[in-house]
Design a protein around this ligand. Structure first.
Ligand code: NPQ
Ligand code: MG
Length: 374
């Protein structure tokens, strides 16, 4: 394929409700959107980074800088050397020398892969190996001021049809909200996510969550503490699932071998892209480790790709692949809707959706064209 250029954009999408986690509260989704233009098609990718480096070390402005100053120039060189042999599979190897910045790398690879698949007339789902035409959906619910507010939010989510509820927890907001939700709603599929907010000294507190029959406990401890998670897994009965710790297929292999988790949250951005995400899916399947698709408050661009990935056979648990309206009054694309707790996998070439031009323009705050011939 022949790349003509890559556009980097920052858009700011208002959220329908503030989203509070152990690391902060988000009211606007500031998101980097990448458009790859080739001679035959154009493709889109979205970066999971947020305005501040709180979920991980990446943030939107930094992602834009590293793309514009380092990654795109390196891709330009590779494109010149490889000519028609250049394609999306070359991107990760070409950028491998640059450390980290996986969310940024993923947005670039996704945009080029989308352009390539659109030119070939192949959907993301077909290219990745999807086996379903719709996926079961869960929802991730932020920390609220009161337990009554949380109960109302859970009730509305079940009413909307979500098949699984995930509660964000942190020290001081854990056993009591979980108890209240379990008592009020009975035998629902319920799980929790701490975003690394606990420490090894909290094991006795965390063992109290065993009483509530949770499907899983996501990322209790800091991302670099695989041994801590392995130790925790030996003293609690709730299955541990890792999110932030799983930055690559190597990290996933280490976590599984150490017994640090028995379930894996796959976020394609966090691992550097959909191709690496598929490798982790394959690795986990080989070890009988269930996986599910996480979320980073994606617009329709990232959501389309996530839903395609979540249709692979090893994704046996409902993902954080919620409907567009969970986050946005107006999405960048035609909205993804929940039907009987599921979202349909797009069938069209590439992502199968494109940003609505006037919506994209309305929310854009920065835009740069990076020519491949410049
Ligand atoms: C998680 N996501 O699983 C993340 C955390 C998260 C849906 O719970 C802006 C960008 C805000 C990315 C807030 C969900 C975010 C974000 C939370 C990711 O841990
Ligand atoms: Mg998480």
């Amino acid at each position: 394929m022949k790349l003509t250029g890559i556009e980097t954009r920052i858009v700011e999408m208002p959220l329908v409700t503030p989203f509070r986690t152990s690391f902060g509260t988000e009211t606007v989704r500031q998101v980097l959107v990448v458009r790859a233009v080739t001679e035959d098609a154009e493709g889109w990718g979205e970066c999971g980074a947020s305005e501040s480096p709180l979920y991980s070390s990446e943030y939107t402005g930094g992602a834009a800088d590293v793309l514009e100053d380092f990654f795109i120039p390196e891709i330009r060189t590779a494109q010149r050397q490889l000519g028609d042999d250049f394609d999306a599979h070359r991107i990760a190897p070409v950028l491998a020398g640059f450390k980290g910045h996986r969310l940024a790398k993923s947005s670039l690879e996704t945009a080029v892969l989308d352009a390539q698949l659109r030119a070939q007339g192949v959907s993301f789902a077909a290219a990745l190996g999807a086996v379903r035409d719709s996926v079961p959906c869960g929802v991730s619910l932020g920390i609220t001021d009161t337990i009554d507010q949380l109960l109302d939010t859970v009730a509305a989510s079940l009413e909307a049809g979500y098949l699984r509820i995930k509660l964000k927890i942190e020290p001081g907001w854990d056993v009591e909200p979980v108890r209240a939700v379990r008592e009020r709603f009975g035998d629902i599929d319920l799980q929790v996510d701490a975003n690394a907010a606990y420490r090894r000294s909290d094991f006795r507190l965390l063992a109290r969550l065993d009483a509530f029959d949770l499907t899983l406990f996501e990322q209790p401890l800091p991302s670099d503490d695989l041994l801590g998670h392995a130790a925790l897994a030996r003293v609690i009965s709730t299955p541990i699932c890792l999110d932030e710790s799983i930055t690559s297929s190597r990290a996933a292999a280490a976590a599984i071998e150490l017994g640090a988790c028995s379930i894996v949250n796959i976020k394609p951005g966090r691992v550097g892209g959909y191709l690496e995400a598929r490798r982790i899916h394959d690795l986990c399947a080989a070890h009988d480790v269930p996986v599910w698709c996480g979320g980073m408050l994606e617009t329709g661009i990232g959501r389309a790709a996530n839903v395609a990935l979540a249709a692979l056979p090893g994704f046996t648990l409902p993902g954080d692949t919620s409907a567009s309206e969970r986050y946005f009054a107006t999405d960048l694309t035609e909205p993804f809707r929940l039907e009987n707790g599921r979202i349909s996998v797009p069938k069209g070439p590439g992502l199968g959706v494109t940003p609505l031009p006037e919506v994209l323009e309305r929310f854009t705050v920065h835009r740069e064209w990076n020519s491949m011939s410049g």
